[in-house]
Ligand binder design. Structure first.
Ligand SMILES: [Zn+2]
Length: 446
C-alpha cells in the first residue's frame, strides 16, 4: 500500500474541510428538526453530502441529532466516531482570520474546528478514500458517525447508541497520537448542607476547571484576611473585597493546580460556623487526591483518583459545593460514592449525583490497540511511543472496544478551544498517512 498522499488528494481534503469549517456550528437555539440549531444541522448535512460524493451511503437522524455514513460490506462494523460541532470562536478581535472561513497562510490552516474535530474527521475520511483508491478491499463495513453535541451534552451520540447498531470496534479521531486506551470515569456531583447565619458567598465555576481565584466581599474582611495570613495563602485586596489566588488547570489534572475556592473556604472556616466549611477545612484540605476523604484510590492502569471542588455557595438557608471526580478505570464507582457519602454524613452533609460518564478501558495487548500502535509507529518511526491514559473524555467511551486515536501528533501545539485555531498542512498530511496505515491494518484484524 502506497501511503503517500498526493498534492491533489490534499487539495480535495482541504476543500472539503473549507466547506464544513464555514458553518458556525457551536450550538444555538433549537428549531424544528435542528435540536442544536440550524448551523449544527447544516454542518452535519454538508458532511454527509461530502461522504456521498465519495461513495458512502448516508443516514440522517430524522430528529437531527446525528448522522452516519457507511462504506464496504462485512459482518463486522468498524466505527469512526467524530463530531461536527465546535466551541464558540471566543473573542473575535483576538482572531487574525475569520474563524468560520478556512484560511491558508504559509502552509497553515486557520479556522474554528481545524484541530477539533473537523480537521481530523476530514483527515480520517480522505485517508480511507486514499486506501480504497490504492486498492484496499474492505473486509469490514466502515461507519463514520457524526455527533453534533460533543462540546455540550453528547445528546447526539447518546441517541445513536440507543437507536443504532453498536460498532464492533472503533476509533475516535479527537485526541492525541498514539492511542488513548484508558479514560477514567467522570463523576460530577453536588454536596449539600445547612447554611450559615452570617456568611453569604456564591462562587460559581465550571466543574471541569480548578478555580484560579475566589473572592470574599462580606463584612468580616479583617478576620478573613488574618486567617489567610495565618495559613500563608496569597491574596489581593481592594476597598470592597479580598481575592484569594490559585492556579487554574483542567480538573483531570487537579493535583497540578492550586484551588482558590478551597483556600478561601479554609480561611472562612476560622471565622464562620458552617459544616460545609468544616468539611473542606478538616476533611478535604488542599489534597486534590482527596485521600483523607476517600482513602488512597488508584489502579495500575490509570493512576490515582483526582478530586476538584469547583463551586461553593453558603448562605443563611443552605450550602452547596460542586465536585468533579476522575475515577480510575478499574475502581468500582459505587464504592467511591459510598465512602464519600459516609464521610460527608460525619459532617452533616449529603451527596447528590449530577452527571456520570462510564470509564473506557481497552487492554494494551488487544488486537485493536496493538494494531493502531503499530500503524502509528510505522509511519512516524516513533518507537518509544506508549499508549496513553486520560482523565478527559472522548466519544470513544460510548461503545465498547473503541479508543481515541489521533489526530494530533505529539509535536503539534494544541489550539483546541482557543483563538486562532490552526493546524499545519504538513501535520495534517502525516496524520492522514497514519490513518491510511491504520485502516489498512484494521482491515485484516478479525
Ligand atoms: Zn473534540
Amino acid at each position: 500500500m502506497n501511503a503517500t498522499i498526493s498534492e491533489t488528494e490534499m487539495d480535495q481534503a482541504i476543500q472539503s474541510l473549507s466547506s464544513i469549517v464555514s458553518f458556525p456550528s457551536f450550538g444555538t437555539e433549537a428549531t424544528d428538526h435542528a435540536p442544536f440549531g440550524e448551523h449544527d444541522l447544516d454542518a452535519l448535512k454538508a458532511m454527509l453530502h461530502i461522504c456521498e460524493t465519495l461513495g458512502f451511503t448516508t443516514y440522517l437522524d430524522p430528529d437531527g441529532y446525528y448522522g452516519y455514513a457507511d462504506i464496504g460490506t462485512g459482518d463486522k462494523l468498524l466505527g469512526v466516531i467524530c463530531h461536527m460541532d465546535v466551541v464558540p470562536a471566543g473573542n473575535l478581535s483576538d482572531w487574525q482570520t475569520d474563524p468560520f472561513k478556512l484560511t491558508i497562510k504559509d502552509g497553515v490552516l486557520y479556522g474554528r474546528g481545524v484541530q477539533d474535530d473537523k480537521g481530523p474527521t476530514i483527515a480520517a475520511l480522505y485517508a480511507l478514500k486514499h486506501a480504497m483508491d490504492a486498492g484496499l478491499k474492505l473486509r469490514h463495513q466502515i461507519r463514520f458517525i457524526f455527533e453534533t453535541d460533543e462540546e455540550t451534552l453528547w445528546r447526539g451520540i447518546n441517541k445513536y447508541v440507543k437507536e443504532q447498531r453498536t460498532v464492533d470496534f472503533g476509533i475516535a479521531p479527537d485526541a492525541d497520537f498514539p492511542v488513548t486506551y484508558a479514560e477514567k470515569a467522570l463523576l460530577q456531583a453536588r454536596i449539600i448542607g445547612p447554611g450559615s447565619e452570617d456568611l453569604n458567598i456564591d462562587l460559581q465555576n465550571p466543574f471541569n476547571a480548578v478555580p484560579g481565584a475566589a473572592e470574599y466581599s462580606g463584612p468580616k474582611q479583617g478576620e478573613v484576611k488574618a486567617a489567610l495570613q495565618k495559613l500563608n495563602f496569597t491574596f489581593t485586596e481592594n476597598d470592597q473585597s479580598i481575592t484569594v489566588a490559585g492556579q487554574s488547570v483542567h480538573s483531570m489534572e487537579a493535583p497540578k493546580g492550586t484551588n482558590a475556592v478551597v483556600r478561601l473556604a479554609m480561611a472562612l472556616s476560622q471565622v464562620f460556623d458552617a459544616p460545609m466549611l468544616q468539611f473542606i477545612d478538616k476533611g478535604l484540605g488542599q489534597d486534590a487526591y482527596a485521600a483523607n476523604v476517600l482513602g488512597d484510590i488508584s489502579d495500575t492502569v490509570s493512576g490515582r483518583l483526582t478530586f476538584n471542588l469547583a463551586s461553593l455557595t453558603v448562605n443563611k438557608q443552605t450550602s452547596s459545593a460542586d465536585i468533579d471526580l476522575r475515577i480510575p478505570v478499574t475502581v468500582d464507582k459505587q464504592a467511591v460514592v459510598d465512602k464519600l457519602s459516609s464521610t460527608l454524613a460525619k459532617f452533616g452533609l449529603t451527596y447528590q449525583q449530577f452527571d456520570y460518564l462510564n470509564p473506557q478501558y481497552v487492554k494494551t495487548d488487544s488486537p485493536l490497540v496493538k494494531t493502531l500502535m503499530a500503524a502509528y509507529q510505522q509511519v512516524t518511526g516513533d518507537k518509544n511511543a506508549e499508549p496513553l491514559v486520560t482523565g478527559g473524555a472522548t466519544l470513544a467511551r460510548v461503545m465498547p472496544n473503541c479508543v481515541a486515536f489521533g489526530g494530533m501528533l505529539p509535536s503539534v501545539k494544541s489550539y483546541m478551544h482557543q483563538v486562532n485555531e490552526q493546524w499545519q498542512i504538513a501535520d495534517m498530511k502525516t496524520t492522514m498517512q497514519i490513518y491510511v496505515a491504520a485502516f489498512t491494518a484494521l482491515n485484516s484484524i478479525e
